[in-house]
Design a protein around this ligand. Structure first.
Ligand SMILES: Nc1ncnc2c1ncn2[C@@H]1O[C@H](COP(=O)(O)OP(=O)(O)OP(=O)(O)O)[C@@H](O)[C@H]1O
Ligand SMILES: [Mg+2]
Length: 370
């Protein structure tokens, strides 16, 4: 049993080598309201060939963290006051922008939320793919064209030869996202960051795109970071889940453990907002009360405390460290964790004082379909 008081990269307990290690990473922005802590000391270990889900509500820092890993946060107001990002044994955050770019494509690639903004509207689909292949892999035009058609076929685009000559606006949203996935996969990246790849799509197409990413991940033994605000998306699709709140990881565990032994009240609240098949008709979905945290200013206590049913005085004044008191691969940052005696007592105290924000716990097994 290990208990860490420092935010060291959690041990995800298997014998695989980590492909990526993020250690105490911070990305801040200078804003009129003060220093905004978009990513505030995140540690993450991503093992080669695994899939990790990065979950949190809007503004929790998921995109900035993902972009920081690729070195893609471009802002004059950006400050990176500390931490390291190590990819395949190399500390990449110390590299020059030119050296960093060498990792794009073949090592790391990203699928963005909105395919319309990541595709060039004035170039054909085929041209966008062949450009990547000629530039990064040095393929001849003819070879790149043949490979582009193959790639389109592999991501489920019907009539790929014909589609290659079409422009992005001629394709449906789902097809466009398939094209961006084909572009991201074109150089056989070892690490794929998929940032809310299905948010702009309707539900049935969402499932198809997630299945496609799953297929490609296992076929290529690729490592994947799947970013989403929806905890339902990561169930059954990831090995590990990291829950982010206000720029920090508040809980990280193997996926099943996170669902069955949830400890952080924010993770629990996210679970309660997942729709379940067995809920009676017209059941209103749970929403987390209060507003997302202010990211400016030095955090005094736990950033989630104002919205938390378990919060006590201590939570408002002392920041809980990310610790693993139960098992080495399960870390959480909470003084009164869900499902523990201190947590239960805190909840009961608040309930009897009529102070709960988020309500009582639920049967988490229903979420897993167990
Ligand atoms: N260039 C910037 N300048 C200042 N603040 C920024 C900048 N880019 C992002 N932020 C802020 O950083 C915080 C984290 O943003 P981020 O885009 O990572 O959130 P997210 O978790 O991806 O949210 P969403 O689910 O909406 O995509 C937000 O408060 C955002 O407003
Ligand atoms: Mg985002």
């Amino acid at each position: 049993m290990t208990a860490t008081t420092q935010p060291a990269a959690p041990d995800t307990t298997n014998d695989r080598e980590p492909l990526l290690v993020v250690d105490d990473w911070k990305t801040y922005f200078k804003t009129a309201g003060g220093l905004l802590r978009a990513v505030d000391g995140v540690s993450l270990r991503v093992d080669a060939g695994s899939t990790i889900g990065l979950v949190g509500e809007s503004g929790s820092g998921k995109t900035i963290l993902s972009r920081s890993i690729l070195g893609l946060v471009r802002s004059r107001r950006k400050v990176e006051p500390g931490g390291t990002i190590t990819y395949d044994g190399v500390v990449i955050n110390k590299l020059s922008p030119k050296e960093r770019r060498r990792y794009w494509g073949k090592d790391m690639a990203m699928v963005f939320q909105n395919p319309m903004t990541s595709l060039n509207p004035v170039l054909t689909i085929g041209r966008q793919l062949t450009e990547v292949l000629t530039l990064h892999l040095g393929m001849s035009k003819a070879l790149a064209r043949a490979r582009a058609v193959e790639l389109l076929e592999s991501v489920g685009i019907p009539e790929p030869k014909k589609r290659a000559d079409e422009f992005p606006h001629q394709l449906s949203g789902g097809m466009r996202q398939r094209v961006t996935i084909a572009i991201a996969l074109s150089c056989n990246p070892r690490l794929l960051l998929a940032d809310e790849p299905t948010t702009a799509l309707d539900v049935t197409v969402q499932a198809q795109i997630l299945d496609l990413l799953d297929e490609q991940q296992s076929a290529r033994d690729m490592t994947m970071i799947l970013v989403t605000h929806d905890l339902g998306v990561v169930a059954g699709r990831t090995d590990t889940v990291a829950v982010m709140y206000a720029g920090k990881i508040v809980e990280i565990a193997p996926t099943k453990t996170l669902f069955t032994e949830t400890r952080h009240p924010y993770a629990e609240a996210l679970m309660r907002s997942i729709p379940t098949m067995d809920a009676p008709n017209h059941t209103r979905l749970f929403t987390i009360p209060g507003r997302p945290a202010q990211l400016t200013g030095e955090p005094k206590g736990c950033r989630f405390a104002p919205r938390c049913s378990y919060a006590q005085e201590k939570c408002l004044t002392e920041q809980p460290p990310l610790v693993a008191p139960e098992r080495p691969d399960h870390s959480f940052a909470c003084w009164f964790p869900v499902g523990t005696k201190p947590g239960q007592e805190a909840l009961e105290r608040n309930l009897s004082a009529g102070q709960t924000a988020a309500g009582t716990s639920m049967s988490l097994m229903t979420v897993l379909g167990a």
